[in-house]
Design a protein around this ligand. Structure first.
Ligand code: GDP
Ligand code: MG
Length: 298
């Protein structure tokens, strides 16, 4: 790979569930950000670093803005979503191509006050009934704001995502790459591994578990034999949640563990041994120190 000549920061903003994390994963071609069918499972900014021959982009996947920030954890996620994009070279407002909701309007009003150019990304075009619905949607949305660009994509199929990264690469300033070309993220490996476990909890528990489930790694070690050793504590708030997480005869926890182990192994490219313990930490999501110790704070 030759040395890229453009370098810049791109922030993905938008209401929860429009596909920001999926888009980041599609652009990077790997699993840097956590995708989940449940909204609000990204609590913190996770940055991806995309590099091609011409450009390097630091892409910030911001957590969705929560609607009722009663609890501290939600407040932190909110602060970080509102602050997302300060200093970005391009802000991309991601929407579901099928809708323009009041929350999308709120996001637009918030981010259109920034200095950075604002682009509109129409994601999930694969869900439109046919391709000829794309242009009319674009024409309608053009009225909402003098967007820098309007780009239809599908984070799921990959449609037009290469084109998007090319357009972004050309739009960011000229400059030398800030990271080695093989870098995929500047998020800490430890946090990433904990998020991969949390993703499996959400995938396998569905609505049985509130989104305030935390994962803290008490051991995170690269062993001399090339394997990785992880001890994880899963924090929940009630006896009932603990029982649900463990499941009959421990089956649930075992499934979560084996799926998480596989994912972490793929991301870090080595065999992983994982042990898990479920702990009840009542009210942890409202405790600033507990939240910070999991890496969700500053
Ligand atoms: P975020 O909250 O904005 O980060 O959204 P996610 O990336 O977590 O995606 C929310 C849901 O939308 C997940 O179930 C994704 O699989 C789904 N999704 C994301 N992008 C697409 C897309 O282009 N097409 C379809 N059909 N589904 C998508
Ligand atoms: Mg997300």
């Amino acid at each position: 790979m030759s040395s890229p000549s453009h370098f810049g920061v791109v922030a993905l903003v938008g209401r929860p569930n429009v596909g920001k994390s999926s888009l980041l994963n599609q652009i990077l071609g790997s699993k840097v950000s956590i995708v989940s069918r449940r909204p609000q499972t990204t609590w913190r900014e996770i940055d991806g670093i995309y590099t091609d021959d011409d450009s390097q982009l630091v892409i910030i996947d911001s957590p969705g803005m929560h609607q009722r920030p009663e609890r501290l954890l939600s407040k932190i996620a909110n602060q970080s979503a509102r602050g997302a994009g300060s200093g970005a070279d391009v802000l991309c407002q991601v929407i579901d191509a099928r809708y323009w909701r009041a929350e999308d309007q709120d996001v637009l009003e918030h981010f259109s006050r920034r200095e950075s150019p604002l682009w509109l990304i129409l994601n999930k075009v694969d869900l439109l009934p046919s391709r000829d619905r794309v242009l009319p949607r674009i024409e309608m949305l053009r009225e909402k704001h003098p967007w820098g660009e309007i780009v239809p994509v599908s984070a799921k199929s990959g449609y037009n995502c290469k084109n998007l990264s090319g357009l972004l690469g050309a739009a960011v300033p000229e400059g030398r790459a800030g990271y080695p070309v093989e870098t995929l993220t500047n998020t800490s490996p430890r946090f990433l591994a904990a998020e991969l476990i949390r993703e499996q909890i959400f995938r396998q528990m569905g609505d049985e578990i509130p989104y305030c489930t935390g994962v803290v790694l008490t051991t995170f070690e690269d062993k001399a034999d090339g394997t990785m050793e992880i001890d994880a504590e899963i924090w929940c708030e009630t006896v009932g949640q603990k029982a649900a997480l463990i499941g009959a005869g421990g089956a649930r926890l075992k499934n979560i563990g084996s799926a998480a182990r596989r994912q972490i192994g793929l991301v870090f490219d080595r065999p992983v041994s994982l042990s898990q313990r479920v702990k009840i930490r009542k009210g942890w999501a409202g405790d600033r120190r507990a939240v910070a110790s999991l890496g969700y704070g500053e």
